[in-house]
Design a binder for this molecule. Structure first.
Ligand SMILES: [Zn+2]
Length: 263
């Protein structure tokens, strides 16, 4: 099994333990993978979990998002990610910024529902499968290849990039850019100015990297392009040609501490 870097205790150490008082000194480096010894990450999360094939409502590592934090009825996050989000939410509220979770964990079945609804859009009548898949991939992941499977990623406030450019949205986005890192959250789908591949910019999608960072490493170690291509959904066999594994799953912006160093 491949040796890779990763946090020794990714689920035990919140990014900011002392909450608001420590904001100025709280940096990603507190949980930087490079500060920890190398270890095998391949078996930390089972393959089916990385592919979203589980039910978060009965998973012991997941907790329901409080109803007042979201406009959804029944959504879940990994407990550590939810705790960190709760601290961030409180800090934002103290600055007059109201964060709202619009989406959290989505398992394979849920993502398949999104994918299949888009797949059968009337506008795609007569399209080749590969062209349909490429178009849907502008903003939506293939089932099995979504970071929302991991229980670490959330969508906040609005699914429109424009909304974050003025008024309340601009204030919220500025606050997130200034403070989200203190709580472990990062916008992984940036404006692509650094050459990132894959999905277009998503100002609403924030990832809890103390867990999601090691999870991406596990994903790369355990999941093969075949696992995606053999998925049970329309157009799964386009995954190889569209480079879903390399260009989309790995098409993320990460702070330096979370970037690949050895391959
Ligand atoms: Zn998202």
């Amino acid at each position: 099994m491949t040796l890779l870097w990763g946090c020794a205790e990714p689920a035990a150490q919140p990014a900011v333990e002392s909450g608001l008082h420590d904001r100025a000194s709280a940096e990603f480096t507190h949980t930087s993978p490079s500060e920890h010894s190398q270890l095998e990450v391949g078996d930390r999360w089972p393959k089916h979990e990385l592919l979203g094939q589980f039910d978060p409502s009965v998973h012991p590592d997941f907790e329901r998002v409080p109803v007042t934090w979201t406009d959804k009825d029944n959504i879940y996050l990994r407990t550590e990610a939810l705790s960190a989000y709760g601290r961030m939410r409180t800090a934002a509220a103290e600055d007059g910024v109201q964060l709202l979770i619009r989406s959290a964990t989505r398992n394979f079945e849920y993502q398949r529902g999104i994918w299949e609804r888009k797949w059968s859009r009337p506008q795609y009548m007569g399209w080749q499968a590969v062209d349909k898949a490429r178009d849907i991939l502008t903003y939506s992941a293939m089932p099995g290849a979504s970071r929302h499977h991991w229980g670490t990623d959330i969508d906040l406030n609005s699914f429109e990039n424009d909304w974050f450019e003025s008024g309340e949205g601009e204030v919220i986005y500025a606050w997130l850019n200034a403070h989200a890192r203190d709580f472990g959250f990062h916008q992984v789908y940036d404006d692509k100015s650094t050459g990132r591949t894959g999905y277009e910019m998503e100002r609403w999608h924030w990832s809890y990297l103390p867990i999601a960072g090691p999870m991406l490493i596990s994903f790369n170690a355990l999941i093969s392009p075949d696992d995606l291509r053999q998925g049970d959904f329309s157009g799964a066999n386009t995954a190889d040609g569209l480079k879903v594994f390399t260009d989309f799953v790995n098409g993320v912006d990460l702070p330096p501490a979370y970037r690949k160093t050895d391959r």
